[in-house]
Design a protein around this ligand. Sequence first.
Ligand code: DGJ
Length: 720
Amino acid sequence: MYISYDAGKCIFSIETANTKYAFQIVGGKHPVHLYYGKKDGAEVAEFENRFRSFSPYSPDEGRIYLADTCMSEYVGFDSGDFRTSSLKIQNANGDCATFLSYKDYRVFKGRLDLEGLPCADADENTETLELTLVDELTNVEVKLYYTVFADCDVISRYVTVKNNGDSAVTIKKIMSLTLDMPDHDYDMISLYGAHVNERNYQRVPLFYGNQSIGSRRGASSHQFNPFIALCRKDADEVSGGVYGFNFVYSGNFLDEVEVDQTGGARVQLGLGSENFDWRLNAGDTFVAPEAVMTYSDTGIGQMSRNFHKFTLEHILPPEPFENRPVVLNTWEACYFDIDEKELLRFADTASKCGIDMVVMDDGWFGARNHDRAGLGDWYENRDKFKDGLKPFVDKMKAYGIKFGIWVEPEMVNPDSDLYRAHPEWCVQCRGREGMLSRSQLVLDMGNPAVLDYLKDIFSKTFDGVAIDYFKWDMNRHMSQVGSPILPADRQGEAAYRYMLGVYDLFRWFRAKYPNAMIENCSGGGGRYDLGMMKYSTMIWTSDNTWCRKRIRIQYSSMLAYPASTMSCHVAGLKHCEVPEQLKYIYEVALGGALGYELHLPNASDELRAAVKVQIGNYRKYEDLILRGDYYSIMNPYETNISAYYYTNADRDRILLSFLQNEPEEKSREITIKVCEAQADATYYDEIGKDTYTGEQLRQGVTVATDDSGWNSRMWYFVKQ
Ligand code: DGJ
């Protein structure tokens, strides 16, 4: 049992392997937060009223509970708490006051399935606390869920709202996770960026006021990832308290932290209010997406590993192949020039080099000879495939490789048969001309007719074709967001309904083509989130394939997501002049799931031979990268070095990487400590052909920086 209730004190406790969470029902009504942190030695103090002038209180209760200054589990708007709220509902009479009082609870094995939404899979240990709150005036019932993934030290939070009243209400803001913290002595880590520059690491102290990140783009976005962490000022990789938070959703979101007059910090993750409202008719229920949180008292590294384990065990779909295929993608080599004969050359060379799969990227369908036409017309271009797609794919596979194909289901070019037939199928605001981005418009995925069309055309084109892999792309953000099929008072639902439609189509793909894996992509890593990871085995990390930039993008992606989700291609080889460059680019790509993005058929014999050797080596330790434990040693945002290792549970195999980012005129010696090595063991480095004791590894291996600009080194330690 991870969840318990002390009826005498009205205290709920939730425990994971190393953490504890507690709250108390005060005055029979108010769920007040007490504690979240380390389990060992936790002292959970009972509720104490924190008085401040100007705080409203209920005349019935007096000042026993001041909503504005106490820590709360979930906060109704205009309920006497002036801080940012968790839930704002416009009631039938037009006001937005939302008072939530505790009604009852239940604890059950497993979890609530969030219909239509991605959510974490339960296992035999999963347990859930359901807490029912009610607004007695309007009869709106709110259920808060706390689902425990004890081994991962993760607690997930989600919310349902049911209108038990007799008139419609409108949800104007909804957050899935509210966590009130007693102080704000934290730095906030968040990941900001842009297209070709995703997930930059930013660590800044909390300040009084509201600080937030989010997306209003219809996608979780390149600009801000939904992951955030709050860490104690002195927290580093291996020590200090760190809270991590993430959202299992791929559309608009809001992560906010508000530091208030008490010095406390309110952390919230959810759909927010700016791009969302939802009309809730009498009897209807709204289900908000899941948010997750973890705590580590041993630094940032453990917080990341908690999330890695959680994602690997509870989010990612089962993999269809025994080994993750090493992919050769055509994009940077061919762009839109898809040519049957050329692709067969790709298949031939790929198979000779040990590559498992060729992915035919954009350009194979409709009138897609450039990015201004064809999206939406998901049938093969007969000028490019004279006999059709199936005979072509059969010829490709005759080389003994797997075959992948690119799709961008959510989009349409105005220059397409689909748009000409159905302009009303686009996301749009009535009477306004839609704005273009990459010459494309967004399909209204909340419209069932659009989903029916897509399912039908993909079935016609792909059924019977031996496709092993879909690369699912999404190359613009949503503007002028409205849906022609929704009435005026439901236009605020369009973006959310869009995401439900996207998830529906993902589930359809997975059910229809169960032996194919999906690589998610949004102009690179524009939807690098737990929602997408529920359906896609990996994500195209960034359209920026330049190794130096990738070092940083990979570091910060690893803060929240496991390496197996990170699609890392050896690319940019046209810049290569010396073999060290190829080695360096490869060693950067070994941070995640290895692939290639180059014109292999036109490459030199030396390059092809090198690729074959690289893949052979990767095979020796890919399990460590894809499923091992990750330890970061040097942060490339703080130093010129990235150093990290992957190791298995027994710590008898360790893959260590050192990557120097920029050249250094003056060489210096760096010591890299492999603290997870077994002190009394002996390890043989199969790359450097040298022997070390575990104690030596713990003290650190040394390596020198240089001015070459291509300085990297790897060690593969195997216990003897
Ligand atoms: C953006 C992706 O990130 C690229 O890898 C490629 O698939 C292009 N789209 C194709 O249009």
